[in-house]
Design a protein around this ligand. Structure first.
Ligand SMILES: Cc1ncc(COP(=O)(O)O)c(C=O)c1O
Length: 451
């Protein structure tokens, strides 16, 4: 099972079974059984953990009336759930133009594309919407082929770009790729920049071996269409400061395009509207999504350099809900909220404070903690203390379930990283409370394991 650790905590663990047994009443269990009866099972969803009744702001509420701070939210809830501006925009748009038939366009779609083009760095001035991140990634792959006349890609092990066949071909996680048959040809993978244990053994003094390796593969292959990667991985994994500039230069040298996937973080989660702005790099294409739909609608966008508008005689995207006016109205209200309510500043300020507190925890009996993050994309890696600290996956999962019992929901990634992504609307007090809960749980579980 260990090599299937991935995006999130799996639903097949004994801790999960125990939590369900201890916390859910007969009514909730009945609905969960119904859910499992009708939905196809899969390891990151059905059978599900619990049944939700409502959500608002940073909170979820289950059928039994328990409330949880949602530090997971599938990364759609930058502006909080049921944000009043978003809801009002959706309601107004529903009453006027709920759908846009192909061949026509509509004002919310045009205004959202214009707004994104104004905000994006460099010459990322052209936009195509899609009803989900994986679809937008698929469009980027096709456009990269058309623009370069090449088909090979370089992407990162452990990465995630969506669950469709083309997206898992460039993604790097066994749980999506294994036993599924032939994937896209020419999809090469390289090791990611990995703060949790650099595969190139750079140690404390990073000398960008990971970026150099991409350069090496670009040169050896000589005909790579695109390097495609998450600007910062959600675990979180934040590359060294010069990583992207180095790869940007290598892409230019060998004629490959740079495609950055910011689906879970853009707009705003990292404290800047676009995550690449932290690295002073401009890709040739950038993909955003998730929170763009205001925590209500599935909406993603591919943004490209103006001169990559090269396929006017082909159907590049062609998704039914491409210019959905209600989704675009939600997108516009989301960006307006981030700008008007100072959410970038809040993400930066609270993210820094949270990291400071996390870094003070450092050690608990038998455990070593490593905090990292950018804005309100935060993570705590749990390791078992020792000469060569090992991932404390069993502990991480137990911490997660204990925290749920105390009203805090987050996910565990790669087995041993508590990944914390609250809405950017969170207050300092709520953030402090969440870290108190994590600290309490780590204390309880750490001492339980060492004792
Ligand atoms: C980095 C990244 N890329 C792509 C996707 C796929 O987006 P969607 O689920 O909207 O297809 C995700 C979803 O989690 C993601 O995190």
């Amino acid at each position: 099972m260990d090599d299937l650790k991935s995006e999130g905590d799996l639903n097949v663990s004994p801790q999960r079974r125990r939590w369900v047994k201890d916390h859910l009443d007969a009514e909730t269990r009945k609905w969960l059984e119904e859910d499992a009866k009708y939905f196809l099972r899969q390891s990151l969803s059905t059978p599900c953990l619990n049944v939700l009744k409502s959500c608002g702001g940073i909170y979820l509420e289950d059928l039994q009336g328990r409330k949880y701070m949602d530090f997971h939210g599938n990364n759609v809830h930058q502006v909080g759930f049921g944000n009043p501006r978003v809801v009002a925009a959706i309601k107004a748009q529903l009453g006027e133009l709920p759908f846009c038939t192909r061949r026509y366009t509509n004002l919310p779609a045009i205004k959202l594309a214009k707004k994104l083009a104004e905000l994006a760095p460099g010459n990322l001035k052209k936009v195509l919407f899609a009803p989900g991140g994986a679809s937008a990634i698929g469009i980027a792959l096709k456009l990269a082929r058309a623009a370069t006349g090449r088909h090979k890609t370089i992407s990162l092990w452990d990465s995630f770009h969506g669950a469709s066949l083309d997206a898992i071909s460039i993604g790097g996680q066994a749980i999506f790729r294994r036993d599924i048959g032939p994937l896209l040809p020419g999809a090469e993978h390289v090791p990611p920049p990995e703060p949790a244990g650099c595969p190139f053994n750079c140690g404390e003094r990073c000398n960008l071996q990971c970026a150099r390796y991409i350069e090496y593969v670009l040169e050896k292959e000589g005909d790579v269409a695109a390097v495609i990667a998450e600007t910062v991985r959600s675990t979180p994994c934040i590359p060294p400061p010069d990583y992207w500039n180095r790869i940007r230069a290598a892409c230019d040298r060998y004629g490959a395009l740079l495609v950055l996937d910011e689906i879970p973080h853009c707009p705003g989660r990292t404290g800047k509207m676009f995550a690449c702005q932290h690295f002073d790099v401009v890709p040739d294409m950038l993909v955003l999504g998730k929170g763009l739909g205001g925590g209500v609608f599935p909406l993603a966008a591919l943004m490209t350099r103006e001169d990559l508008d090269i396929m006017p005689d082909r159907a590049l995207g062609h998704y039914t809900h491409e210019k959905n006016p209600v989704a675009c109205a939600a997108g516009l209200a989301t960006i307006e909220t981030i700008e008007t309510d100072g959410l970038l500043e809040n993400a930066r300020r609270l993210g820094e404070r949270a990291l400071k507190r996390i870094s003070k925890i450092k050690q608990r009996r038998g455990l070593v903690l490593k905090g990292r993050g950018l804005g309100l994309l935060l993570g705590i890696e749990l390791l078992k203390a020792g000469k060569t600290p090992a991932p404390a996956s069993d502990v991480a999962e137990e911490v997660m379930y204990r925290a749920l019992g105390k009203g805090l929901s987050f996910k565990v990634t790669m087995g041993n990283i508590l990944t914390l992504t609250p809405p950017l609307t969170i207050t300092l007090q709520e953030m402090e409370r969440a870290i108190d809960i994590i600290e309490e749980c780590i204390g309880e579980v750490g001492s339980a394991h060492s004792g």
